[in-house]
Write a protein that binds this ligand. Structure first.
Ligand code: ATP
Ligand code: MG
Length: 366
């Protein structure tokens, strides 16, 4: 940790609504593992956000926090270099949420397209709790509490990051006297407390799931823990095989003469091959054969099972190691949460000072 103070910071994370899947891996986790050396990394396990849709399943949320921490370690996140932490144990985030909620119009939050999409995809209708839209504001605090430079995420998170940028600009303008004409990159230099963060998309912005498309739009859903269409990094080899062999494929593809019919957005089989199969020559050749009806689903699926199991196997092995050592997982979370509180408390103190609400000093111990 000696040189971390001089490194730029990253904040990103996951909601504990299940285990990590291949979408997380290519969308964000791969980037996180690679960036550990050059950045001071904070990985939030956003357990409060899981309550937006699962308030009655508190036990499952707890289990999922531990599963995700285990997944992080299995993927190669090193707790000595990076800090993984539990959102609800960092109170400064909540305190910032309340102040930030004053800086963003209610209608602006409700127009956030990711929220609208989640309401549809998760079938929340108009019964979602007050806390559901609040989570989008909370996420601005999850991020800004760490004043990070960069946030590695999947594409669905971009609207949330745009709101974070808006909140940061407003705060800096109102409480730190930064001129609204200031370029985003210059806000901190101009006296602002919060950097105007940059998103960093993964190799794949939005990996599709294994299920059939949305009947209304024809679009495949994104792979998601909540949509029952995911291949998990913890799935055993047989489960991967079952999921792939039973996976949806476009029934029209046999008649296809247009190679566009193998559009990975329309057929998860090819989306997965293009994302994960390192043998690009095989993929190109078989895509053509497939579109012409000369090679069937089964052969292409079998190959995919092999490819995915090769990728998942080392993660699976490391995961088994940590599954047998739950105390190590808790220790990693405790150390990470402690470090997260140091930074978040510091940010909160600075924010309160800027807002002229700094009456007493306080300290927090975990
Ligand atoms: P939930 O269904 O509970 O919303 P999720 O599967 O969408 O879960 P999140 O915890 O919301 O996962 O997302 C964690 C991170 O992983 C975010 O940065 C998100 O953009 C990224 N991510 C999630 N699913 C995908 C995907 N299919 N492709 C690329 N990135 C993804
Ligand atoms: Mg999500």
């Amino acid at each position: 940790m000696s040189s971390s103070a001089t490194k730029p910071r990253i904040l990103t994370g996951d909601t504990p609504t299940g285990k990590l899947h291949l979408g997380h891996y290519v969308g964000s986790v791969e980037n996180r593992v690679a960036l550990q050396d050059s950045y001071e990394c904070f990985f939030i396990i956003a357990n409060k956000h899981a309550f937006t849709t699962r308030a009655e399943q508190a036990g499952e949320i707890r289990q999922s926090v531990l599963e995700i921490a285990t997944d992080y370690l299995a993927c190669g996140i090193d707790p000595n270099r990076s800090s993984m932490f539990i959102q609800s144990e960092v109170p400064a985030i909540d305190e910032l949420t309340f102040f930030f909620a004053m800086l963003i119009p209610f209608n602006r939050v409700m127009r956030n397209p990711t929220l609208a999409q989640e309401i549809k995809d998760k079938d929340l209708g108009d019964k979602y709790p007050f806390g559901f839209p609040l989570y989008a504001v909370g996420q601005t605090a999850d991020i800004l509490a760490f004043r990070p430079e960069m946030v590695p995420v999947g594409e669905d998170q971009l609207p949330h990051l745009e709101m974070t940028r808006e909140v940061a600009r407003r705060f800096n303008q109102i409480y730190c006297g930064v001129d609204p004409q200031t370029e985003d990159d210059d806000y901190v230099r101009a006296g602002g407390l919060f950097p105007i963060i940059k998103p960093r998309l993964g190799r794949v912005k939005r990996l599709v799931g294994t299920g059939a498309p949305n009947p209304e739009t024809g679009q495949l859903y994104k792979m998601s823990k909540s949509l029952n269409n995911a291949i998990f990094l913890s799935d055993d080899a047989d489960t991967v095989q079952k999921k792939i062999m039973g996976m949806y494929t476009d029934p029209r593809r046999v008649r296809a003469t247009d190679p566009g019919e193998t559009d990975p957005e329309k057929n998860p089989l090819w989306a997965f091959h293009e994302t994960f199969n390192p043998d690009t020559a095989w993929v190109q050749e078989h895509k053509v054969l497939y579109a012409a009806g000369k090679v069937g689903d089964v052969a292409v699926k079998r190959k995919l099972v092999e490819v995915l199991n090769t990728i998942i196997e080392p993660i699976r092995t490391r995961r088994k190691h940590y599954e047998q050592r739950p105390d190590d997982v808790i220790d990693a979370l405790r150390i990470g949460t402690r470090r997260a509180n140091v930074v978040a408390e510091q940010t909160l103190a600075l924010a309160k000072k800027a807002m002229k609400q700094d009456y007493f000093s306080r300290s927090l111990r975990i």
